[in-house]
Design a protein around this ligand. Structure first.
Ligand SMILES: Cc1ncc(C[n+]2csc(CCOP(=O)(O)OP(=O)(O)O)c2C)c(N)n1
Ligand SMILES: [Mg+2]
Length: 327
């Protein structure tokens, strides 16, 4: 099942994907030039998942994301400025500059944040779903996880609990074929991760994760099911990480031919060509859109790079919790 975006929906979706792609290319360059510190995980090639999921939800539905979280955070409503501030370590950043790329929290936009511990966000999301149910909310939680995470025990425990307690949670697997350097074909016991839903009596399906219209329609359908049936749902999106796992990944665990084949199914290319065929976009419109996004991103980055508004030592220390006796 899919829907055909009208011109306005298509432009909104394309703009979001272009913004996400350019944002990640920008930070890749800033990490390489050591203007940003720590590590980062890019989701280049996976934009149709984040651009398809959050816009299909109610704004007050929650998400809990993963270490590969930039696009999820942007799509849920965070501004480029708040995100880049966090990457530069500035006090006005999403996590006051203390978290960086992997720890973006944005409660204002109902984004519970990320955890670098693979799979753990799914347990937190399930707990949040329990709270939503107890308070009679009609909202749900989306728990993002990857193919690598899919075999972790915590995810199976969470699915079992969500099923027996009828929790409003959408388990959203982003199957990008790899967990670091390990290919899912060697690491996951089933061809279809969605098929694991049956073990927990959870309704599930697999969709093309590179087609934003397909993802959008699948999430709308899943969200409606969760709200109407008061049951969890498992959605597997099949996509591909065109970038490396994290910084300095030379990707010697896969071939350049495989990457070239997936580039033909680049989610931005799919939507762009479809919109041109429908008469909703021209090449010039696309180039203008890209230029506009790039200009605005460069301007924000340039201004933030000069700032030195870090958290005071006192405030930063106040977030450190210690238990136990004196030494
Ligand atoms: C519990 C745990 N084990 C291992 C790691 C190291 N690690 C970080 S990312 C990653 C791969 C995760 O793969 P997947 O779930 O497919 O997500 P993707 O990176 O493809 O988005 C691993 C093993 C970790 N952070 N946490
Ligand atoms: Mg993966």
């Amino acid at each position: 099942m899919s829907i055909a975006f009208n011109r306005e929906q298509g432009l909104k979706s394309l703009t979001l994907m272009i913004r996400s792609r350019l944002f990640e290319k920008k930070i890749e360059a800033l990490f390489s030039s050591h203007e940003m510190h720590g590590t980062t995980h890019l989701a280049i090639g996976q934009e149709a998942v984040h651009a398809g999921v959050s816009p299909a939800l109610d704004p007050e539905d929650w998400i809990l994301t993963t270490h590969r979280c930039h696009g999820h955070t942007l799509a849920k409503g965070a501004s480029v400025e708040a995100m880049l501030s966090e990457f530069f370590g500035l006090s006005q950043g999403l996590s006051k500059g203390l978290g960086g790329s992997m720890h973006l929290v944005d409660l204002e936009h109902h984004n519970g944040g990320t955890s670098a511990v693979v799979g753990s966000g799914v347990a937190i999301a399930t707990g949040m779903a329990l709270q939503l149910k107890r308070t009679g909310s009609h909202n749900l939680v989306v728990a993002f996880f990857g193919d690598g995470a899919s075999s972790r025990g915590i995810i199976h425990e969470a699915m079992n609990m969500a099923s027996i307690w009828n929790l409003p949670v959408l388990f959203l697997c982003e199957h990008n074929l790899y967990g670091m350097s390990s290919c899912a074909t060697n690491m996951v016991s089933v061809e279809s991760i969605a098929s694991r839903g049956a073990s927990y009596s959870i309704e599930s399906r697999t969709v093309d994760g590179n087609d934003v219209e397909v993802v959008y329609a699948a999430v709308q359908e899943a969200a409606q099911y969760i709200r109407e049936e008061s049951r969890p749902y498992l959605l597997e999106t099949r996509t591909y990480r065109l970038s490396g796992h994290s910084k300095n990944d030379i990707r010697n665990y896969r071939t350049r031919e495989e990457e070239a084949a997936w580039s033909q199914r680049d989610p931005l290319k799919i939507l762009k060509e479809r919109m041109i065929a429908r008469g909703h976009l021209s090449e010039d419109d696309y180039n203008l859109l890209e230029k506009h996004e790039q200009k605005s991103l460069d301007k924000i980055a340039e201004s933030l790079a000069k700032q030195k508004r870090y958290l005071s030592f006192e405030e930063a220390s106040s977030y450190v919790y210690a238990t136990g006796g004196s030494r």
